[in-house]
Design a protein around this ligand. Sequence first.
Ligand SMILES: N=CN[C@@H](CCC(=O)O)C(=O)O
Length: 333
Amino acid sequence: MKLVKFYTQEDIRALVNKRRGELKFGEGLSVVSNWSGLTERPEKYVLLGIPEDIGVRANYGNPGTALAWMDALKVLCNIQQNHYTHVERIMVLGEIDCDDEMRSASRLSSKEENYSEKLGKLVSAIDNKVSNTIQRVVEAGKFPIVIGGGHNNSYGNLKGCYNALQKPVNCLNFDAHTDFRALEHRHSGNGFSYAFEEGYLANYFTFGLHRNYTSQAVLERLQLHVQRIQFELFEDIEVNKKISFSDAAHKAEAFICNDTFGLELDLDAIEDMGSSAMTPGGFSITEARRFISYFSKNPNCVYLHICEGAPTLGNFKTQVGKTISFLISDVIA
Ligand SMILES: N=CN[C@@H](CCC(=O)O)C(=O)O
């Protein structure tokens, strides 16, 4: 099983639009071309893409998340390299090899019997690749920045951390949805419920949950585990103003950040962002940047996953990659 397609320096340089007198980020961005030696590398952050949308399709959502990674990398390679952007802190690993699964998914007809379950099996195959890869990166003492892909990949991130660290980890999720759906076939709506059920996820906090898109069944499931699962509604933060953004963030921090945790951001939490579940009412890009910038710098944070971006679904195709690139640069700055 091939886990990762490692990128070469030439792959990265080919994405740069050179301009005389300027140094673009991609001109200084280093790559790691195999697993050996990762531990010795000086860069803390390891960038990795997951070009798949099978999890979203298996969750009856709109496809398109497979394209977010390359769009984001292209934009990142063309931001400026200067003393604020710190290219020396990050390296590119490459992408999870999803080719076989994407090919198999494209051969399935949505009309055929057990279509979603068949997609779910392909999602499980990607889960294995993601968890093995994250395990290796975390074991090397590095901080993975993972660009999805669907939110199904939260499961592989958490399992990989569990295997590397030999303990369940907490998770802080900036998201309109809990993705704590039923333990049916694997898809983008049950990454956290599966990780919780299988013991990889300890405490879980969803920041900015949309009340209109959370079923009563999910709310009751969360309530069963109130000691370990909490959320703050988007409406209470931004509409009713029952709690300020910073008080809600501090509540999440107290619940999650006193132990090892993963940080997840679903782009569908951001207003008008191209994503499977795009919303006209959500957080601003600047709020998302402030959140990720703050929490990713906590010493207990072990990875960041930015997911569900679907450039072709948005009003502004180029803005998904640019938003992801802002978020990556906020982490390393
Ligand atoms: N990861 C996203 N999950 C959401 C969104 C589904 C959708 O695409 O509409 C969910 O399952 O509710």
